[in-house]
Design a protein around this ligand. Structure first.
Ligand SMILES: C[S@@+](CC[C@H](N)C(=O)[O-])C[C@H]1O[C@@H](n2cnc3c(N)ncnc32)[C@H](O)[C@@H]1O
Length: 342
């Protein structure tokens, strides 16, 4: 290939000149030759020394994950991969289909190339498990460090991916609830995890009092830390334990608002939500899984019957699909106003 050879001390000025003349070949890197630099050019400009040289090709940064994956995956596999990962702080968590598992390291490297803020890529290696709802993961690329800090609406959330539940996909749901909270409310944040629901509420409405109750000791450790990091110590009280024991002993019938952010657990704890609720009126935010052709009807009927049979009037204020949970099921939210019957 053709190159322009210049003394090193003139290299920057000549580079600019060649660029302004439109002669510099940006797909190749200049090479050093003793005290000289040789620039790759499309033709030899007048007044310069030109030589024949090999230039190394520049590795172009792919513009998107799809671009990076296209280097080694067929189109249908690219679609599956590119839609199935979350970024939590510096960690990307990805679901890799079984048939692509052998390519996991390359897939991880592709994510690292495209997302400059991602330093670790972890693959899911099982479903959310047990009462702690923890999903096991395995690091497939980058730093082997799963302790991270995630930001949501300027709220700082520290956590360890794979040891406690956290989903960035619920961020709008947290925002939506936070917008409903009025000054002075007492909030019972059940199933608190590392604290995203009460902390996002506190970010938008600092004039609250809240209890945040969590059973997983690893998550609780970060809940305490996150309350401190977000300067909410005087507003949110963390409690380690089972909501079934904590609610009646620490804050029976005091809550204006009860959060039950787990579609798997909520059903079994609706009686606990009523133990937290103020008899004069409270809003319960509860979650469920419903078939995606009609996710609300059956659940709404069950909820209203449950509250009625226990002596509470209940009215569904809002209901919405939070996210798709599986090919046939959606996660849905119900905001239910409850009031003890006279
Ligand atoms: C689906 S996660 C939600 C965590 C958090 N609210 C979030 O959105 O990231 C449910 C949480 O409830 C906790 N948990 C399960 N059973 C519990 C109980 N009986 N009392 C208190 N917390 C419980 C689990 O450890 C888990 O952290």
């Amino acid at each position: 290939m053709l190159g322009v050879r210049v003394p090193r001390r003139e290299a920057e000025a000549v580079r600019r000149k060649l660029q302004s003349m439109g002669l510099l070949l940006s797909d190749y890197r200049p090479v050093r030759d003793g005290d000289y630099i040789i620039f790759p050019v499309s033709r030899c400009p007048e007044g310069f020394e030109c030589v024949d040289t090999e230039f190394p090709e520049r590795k172009r940064k792919p513009r998107s994950l799809e671009d990076a994956l296209r280097e080694f995956l067929p189109d249908e596999a690219i679609q599956k991969i590119s839609k199935s990962f979350d970024i939590i702080g510096h960690v990307a968590v990805i679901r890799i289909p079984e048939e692509l598992w052998d390519l996991r390291e390359k897939i991880g490297e592709a994510i690292l190339r495209v997302h400059p803020n991602v330093r670790t890529v972890a693959a899911e290696v099982g479903p959310h498990q047990g009462v702690f709802r923890v999903q096991p993961v395995e690091v497939i690329a980058g730093e082997p460090n799963l302790v991270t800090e995630h930001k949501e609406f300027d709220v700082r959330l520290r956590l360890e991916v794979g040891k406690m539940y956290f989903s960035p996909r619920l961020s709008y749901e947290r925002y939506r609830i936070a917008q409903q909270v009025r000054p002075g409310e007492f909030i019972a944040a059940l199933f608190a995890g590392v604290g995203p629901f009460p902390l996002v509420i506190h970010r938008f409405q600092p004039n609250i009092r809240a209890y945040a109750v969590e059973l997983n000791p690893d998550a609780y450790k970060y809940l305490v830390e996150n309350i401190r990091l977000n300067k909410a110590e005087s507003k949110i009280i963390p409690v380690l334990g089972d909501v079934r024991e904590i609610v009646p002993s620490r804050f029976p019938h005091q809550a204006d608002r009860v959060l039950m952010p787990s579609p798997i657990l909520a059903d079994d704890f609706l009686d606990v939500a009523l133990e937290a609720a103020k008899p004069s009126g409270a809003v319960i935010h509860t979650y469920a899984l419903g078939p995606n052709d009609d996710p609300f009807t059956e659940k709404e009927y069950e909820l209203l019957r449950f509250f009625d049979e226990r002596g509470w009037d209940a009215k569904v204020l809002n209901k919405r699909v939070v996210r798709s949970y599986s090919p046939r099921y959606d996660q849905v939210a119900f905001d239910v106003f409850v009031k003890k019957k006279k």
